[in-house]
Structures are given as C-alpha cells and as structure tokens.
Design a protein around this ligand. Sequence first.
Ligand SMILES: NC(=O)c1ccc[n+]([C@@H]2O[C@H](COP(=O)([O-])OP(=O)(O)OC[C@H]3O[C@@H](n4cnc5c(N)ncnc54)[C@H](O)[C@@H]3O)[C@@H](O)[C@H]2O)c1
Length: 464
Amino acid sequence: MSEHRLSLAVNGRERQLHGKLVSYQLPVTDLPAAGPGNGNGSGHNAGTWSVAIVGLGYVGLPTALALHGRCPRIIGVDISENRLAAIAAHDADLAETDRPRLVAALADGTLELTSDMAAIAAADAVIICVPTPVDDSRVPDLAALRGACAAVVSHARAGQTIILTSTTYAGTTTELLTEPLAARGLVAGTDVFVAFSPERIDPGNPDHVQRETPRVVGGATKACTGRAAWVVGHLTDVVYLVSSPDAAEATKLYENVFRAVSLALANEFADACGALGLDPVEVTLAAGTKPYGFLGAFPGPGVGGHCIPCDPHYLLWQLASSGRSLPLIKQAMRSIDLRPARVTQRAREVLAADGQDLAGARVVVVGASYKAGVRDLRESPALPLIAGLLDQGADVSCYDPLVPVIDLPGGGVLESVAAPQGSGFDLAIVHTVHPGVSYSWVADCPRVLDATYQFDLAPHRTVV
Ligand SMILES: NC(=O)c1ccc[n+]([C@@H]2O[C@H](COP(=O)([O-])OP(=O)(O)OC[C@H]3O[C@@H](n4cnc5c(N)ncnc54)[C@H](O)[C@@H]3O)[C@@H](O)[C@H]2O)c1
C-alpha cells in the first residue's frame, strides 16, 4: 500500500505519526485481475458478491460506478423515479471519466436501477449515500437518512455488511442502524456488520479520483470494521481504520469544519489584503510555498454545495444540545453566510465609483453553480447574491451554460442568457468559471467585479 502524506502541521514528524494509523489492504486474491477469491475473511466471495447503493446522487452514483469491474452486481436504489430515469438516459452530472463507466455499467447489466427498497435484501453489502442537509434554521435535517436507514434495517438479512457514508454527527450509525438492527434480532459483529465510512468525493474535480483518495472506516465491532474495510477496499487503494463509527463520523466533520474555518479565514484575509492594497491571491500563493505548517485556501464569493455550508452545523447542533458552544466554528459559519452580502455591497461600491446606482443597473452574474465544473446549485452563494441584487432593484441576468434555469429562493426563475454581449451590461460579477466555457465577452463589460479573485480575462476587473 502506498503511504499517504499526512496533512498535519507537525514539522516533519508526519512519517513518525503515520505509524500510529491502522491501515487495511484488500487481499490481492480479491482483486478482479486475480479472479474470484475466497476464504478472505470478508464473508463474501469476491467473484460473486453484490452491493446495493442506497441514494444515487452526486456521491452514490460515482460510488456505484467506481465498483464497476470490481463488483459483479451493483444494485442502485433511489426513491426518486426522476433520478433513476435520468441515470438510465445517461443524463447525470458526472465527471468526464465516469460517463463511459455509466454507459458500460448499464450496457453490461452490472448496474441495476430500482426504486424498490426490498431489492436491498439481495445484496451482500449495502452502502448508504443519501443527503444530510440542514433546514432553514440550520438544524440537521435527517429525514432522508432516517428513511433510508429504516428501509435498510427492515430489509437487512444475516451476513450483510452495512456501511453508512452520509456525513452526519457522531452517534448516528449506532442510533439509526446498530440499535434498530439489534431490536430486529440482528446483532452487529455477529449477525450483520455495521460501519461508518465518510465519503470524500470531490465532484467536478478530476484531480481527486476515488481510487487514489484514502478512506476511513470505523465499525461497531472489530469484525464490522474488517468486513466494511473489505468493501471500501474495492473503492479505494488506501483504507485507514478507526476504533468506532463515532470516530469515523467525527473525522468527516473535522475535515469539513477545517475547510469552513479556512475558507472564512481566506475571505477575511482577502478583505485585509484589499484594505492594504495587496493582491490576496499573490499573498496566498506565496504563503503556500512554505512546505509545512500552512494550508491555505483561496477567497471567493461564499461557500456552497451540500457539504461545507451544512456539515459544521451538525457538530454545532449536537454540542449545543448539551450546552456547549464552539464560538470559532460558529463565527466561521456566520462569516460564510454573510459573504454574498459583501459581494452585493462591493457591486454597489463599484457602480457608485462611476456615479451609478445599483438600483436599475444591468448586472450579469457569471456562473451560478457553487463550483466549477458542476451543475449543482445547492447552497450556491449565487442564490443569495442574486436575491440581494434584486432586493436592491438591480436588473439581474445570469450566464451559466451548465445551469440553464435557476429557481430563485423567493420564487420565480432566472434563465441563463443564451449569447451574452458584455456591452449590454453595466456590471459583470464573476461568481463561478467553468472549464471549457468561453468568457471572452466579459471583457467587453464596462465594469467587472471578480468574486473568484482569479479571472484574468478582464484586465480592468476589480475584486471583492
Ligand atoms: N456532494 C458532495 O460533494 C459530497 C461529498 C462528500 C460527502 N457528501 C455527503 O454524501 C451524502 C449524499 O450527498 P449527495 O450530494 O450525493 O446527495 P444528492 O442529493 O446528490 O443525492 C442523494 C440521492 O439520494 C436519494 N434519496 C433520498 N432519500 C432516499 C431514500 N430514503 N432512499 C433512497 N434514496 C434516497 C435522492 O433521491 C438522491 O438521488 C451527504 O451526506 C453529503 O453530505 C457529499
């Protein structure tokens, strides 16, 4: 197994600390090239085992596809008929490398699609990847997860390995799987094998492929950890074991809390650079040359997607219920929430510098999805940004070829402009820049506010 460098600020002691980790290696006899294996301690025959993936979204579908060629039967289970139909029609927001895999997995029949939860019973292993959002009050919304886990528990059978991968607070696997299974007479570690293994998929980023991204596994018992590691070992070459599902759950929350805090810091530091007349990207890149003790992030218009704006609230909520507060994390989340309003304020300032009001100004938001290369609008900062601009009376357009229609938070829709002319707007706000899309027209806008800090096609641009 290749040793992965630890991302820890421990001044050169990474190798020493690496020895404290427990890693798992899938037996070579269980890799497809070696043919069907057996007697591997996994309880499953590598040549005939089957897996059910519950929830085929941004995480579940690529997970199913990563098993193509490594698992002979993949049962994709989703409650949404629309989602299943889109997948069957090859119409899913997928990395380029996953598109041919989807075509192949459907064509050779390895990937079956169903909305029938009873299909779970046929699988040797079950991987749960359903959404774990927050509600309007930033409280964890476990409705999908509770529904999925209840279905898995009711269809579970002896011998199954059940792995929860949805991001959630410590204790969820025990509460929603281990305990209800025991109530059904299926004891974890003896009758069934239950574990948590957080997802680390990075949608839209071709640099982080699943096979090379290490995974963490924590089972309800040692036997559970071993069986779950065998399954996860088919998704990635590097698996690390922790002592419990709770430790694995907390691992994922720490990763995303870290990211949230560092993004909030990057935005604040960018504001400080602005006040000092410095370019935050230049300073960040220069700081990033330090080979230890610094792990930077770039500033932007805010933070979106299903993870960073939501996951830290799972920790905040859990600890708040026992009267504990986490002021640094709370402040980071508040800063993240306020960032789009800062962009709106800068738009007002940029126009005011030329004596123009934001009210009535023709403003085009360039890119609506929360990050480059994906269609995903969930929690995108573009949504509060557009809402804020509309509130101030601006005449708002949007250009995002990946998102032809945007449902606005307060109702109404905004369609992406088909063929934008830069000279037709008073201001362009650059929010997301997708690979493979031409943005040369933006240079013709009289004013460009670059919320990505890295849009170099308009020399006259200003940043947030
Ligand atoms: N999107 C990411 O970048 C990312 C990365 C790492 C981890 N995660 C975590 O992975 C989990 C899944 O996120 P996602 O982005 O794939 O969500 P998603 O919304 O893209 O997909 C979830 C799918 O689950 C289906 N579903 C909902 N309830 C169901 C049920 N009861 N039974 C079966 N299917 C059900 C939905 O129809 C949908 O197709 C979340 O916990 C998320 O935090 C996401």
